[in-house]
Design a protein around this ligand. Sequence first.
Ligand code: GLU
Length: 304
Amino acid sequence: MDYQKILENIYTEILPYAKEGKQADYIPELAKVNPDQFGMCINTVSGETYSFKQADTRFSIQSISKVFALAMCLSIKGDNLWKKIGKEPSGTAFNSLIQLEIEKGIPRNPFINAGAIVMADILVSHFEDPKTEFLNFVRALADNDTITYNEKTAISERETGYLNAAIANLLKYHGTIENDIETVLHFYFLMCSVEMSCNELSKAFLAFANHSRPFDYASVALTTSQVKRMNAIMQTCGFYDEAGEFAYLVGLPGKSGVGGGIVAIYPMLYSVAVWSPRLNSKGNSVMGIKALELFTTETKESIF
Ligand code: GLU
């Protein structure tokens, strides 16, 4: 398969959408990003890399970090994790309070903000130094020790993060989180602030695509079955309340973030990451979804 040629063709086809949508501006640091950027990278299980445009430019991974947090929490808690967090698609916005209130402080799934705030609490309880443990895990997955947090982004998000603070308070009220709210929120925002490029993200996600290799990175080990189940959750919950649309258009498990990044995997074949900051009304990258839709259509490689 000539992935490089396909990437070039896709780019020409998605250019008409280049000015559609706008970047997330509710996080002050993200509002400063130039929205007119695009990068894409494919890493195959057999070891090839295909990069296109700004595949090496780092951006804020935001909610993509929730996949890393889930891997860590599953390795710590196993199936007991599901006592605190559900695993059904939410059908409401990623920062919705209503559903959390109705469901008495048990987040619908690990990839909405409430779920990730509970995971941040679990990691804060489990590790003496969660900040270092999280980074070590991400660095081990991507095999790159230069990946790091952008503390400025994390702090700027806390300054305006009233909704996430409300979610954390509701969780605390219901007893779903144990630690002090400020500590948990700070760690949650830090995880979101990690910066990675498409190349680094697709490399990191190969670990979720390659079921034949033992999943054992830094302090995190998962069974093959746990990795497969993580893919199932990415498929059903990975794209806010647009997971159905993403399954329909693209047909791969993955995760998006409001920084404009999307990573998706084809089990046993490849991991693909795309980035473009302009988002649609659901919070997913406009160019990113278009590019992936064309990619799986032209390669005829979707899991369905
Ligand atoms: N830090 C962002 C928030 O909590 C993450 C949102 C996202 O990427 O979905 O609002």
